[in-house]
Design a binder for this molecule. Structure first.
Ligand code: SF4
Length: 289
């Protein structure tokens, strides 16, 4: 019963963090609800049994082992049991992903923050809500976007990911891309962009054009946490997402991949009713991914 109570508490906290403080039972019985919560909890953080291939890969699997996992469910099971880098010892929950596996848009952030570590869901804090508004401003609802991070576990104190952590964890994200097969990838911030594109170029050089990752169109934009500190980057972020929108729609307005979309946002997605801000200079973003 304690496990069920913990699962229910965790589930309700996750809903609350997503801004959904109420649960409607819709005629379901108490047992129906508890069964559903138990199922959801075991699905989210199901430890891989020792001795299985999932358990072996989670403990000591190679990059190739992870890139060879055939489906999203087993990829999730491996990630949620993973101890392949030191972050496993400080995490509360693995933050695998959120969104449909058949999404046309796949967003990649940096690493989980405190809220994400607690709930097991990516982008649930202030930056996540801003990301939701930005996506909606170009016609993508959160529920139709697949969102994940380069790292699946939170670095202590929200420090930047270390190279060996990116090396160990990025195959999960790369496999997620291959399994989702999105129409466009949106790289949120420096770490996601550099990891996907295999470059050390700055965000300043990478934004404003369409890249290709393994044949998938890829657009680079600011991490939403950086926008919270500099509202002046909201307008260029909106333009980046407009470019992603047009790629998904197959409408490049007579331009070719690689050109920046034209136009101005009618409003600041962070503050509807206010004019959008102006372009700013880049510094590395913070954390809420
Ligand atoms: S950060 Fe990635 S590689 Fe490291 S323990 Fe977590 S899931 Fe495994």
């Amino acid at each position: 019963m304690t496990a069920t109570r913990d699962a229910l508490r965790s589930y309700l906290r996750g809903r609350e963090a997503l801004g959904v403080p109420e649960v409607f039972l819709s005629g379901a019985s108490r047992d129906d609800v508890l069964d559903a919560v138990r199922g959801a909890a075991s699905h989210v953080q199901d430890p891989a049994p020792a001795g299985t291939d999932v358990g072996r890969i989670a403990r000591e699997g190679s990059r190739e082992d992870i890139l060879g996992i055939s489906d999203m469910e087993n990829l999730r099971r491996v990630a949620e049991a993973c101890s392949r880098c030191g972050l496993h010892s400080t995490r509360t929950k693995v933050v695998f992903a959120d969104g449909p596996a058949e999404a046309r848009v796949l967003c990649v952030g940096e690493a989980p923050g405190a809220n994400e570590d607690r709930t097991g869901l990516p982008f649930v804090g202030r930056a996540g809500k801003l990301l939701d508004r930005l996506l909606l401003s170009v016609g993508f609802s959160r529920s139709e976007v697949f969102i994940c991070n380069v790292l699946k576990c939170r670095p202590p104190g929200n420090r930047n990911p270390l190279p060996d952590e990116i090396e160990a964890c990025s195959p999960f994200m790369l496999r997620q891309v291959e399994l989702v097969r999105p129409a466009v990838i949106v790289a949120l911030g420096t770490f996601a962009a550099q990891t996907l594109l295999g470059t050390r170029d700055s965000l300043r050089h990478l934004r404003g054009r369409t890249h290709l990752y393994e044949g998938y169109p890829l657009v680079v934009t600011y991490h939403p946490a950086a926008l919270l500190r500099n509202a002046g980057w909201t307008r260029p972020s909106w333009r980046d997402l407009q470019l992603a929108r047009r790629i998904v729609d197959g409408d490049h307005g007579g331009s070719t991949l690689g050109e920046q979309v034209e136009g101005e946002p009618a409003t600041n997605p962070d503050n509807p009713g206010s004019p959008a801000g102006s372009q700013g200079q880049l510094t590395l973003g913070g954390r809420d991914g």
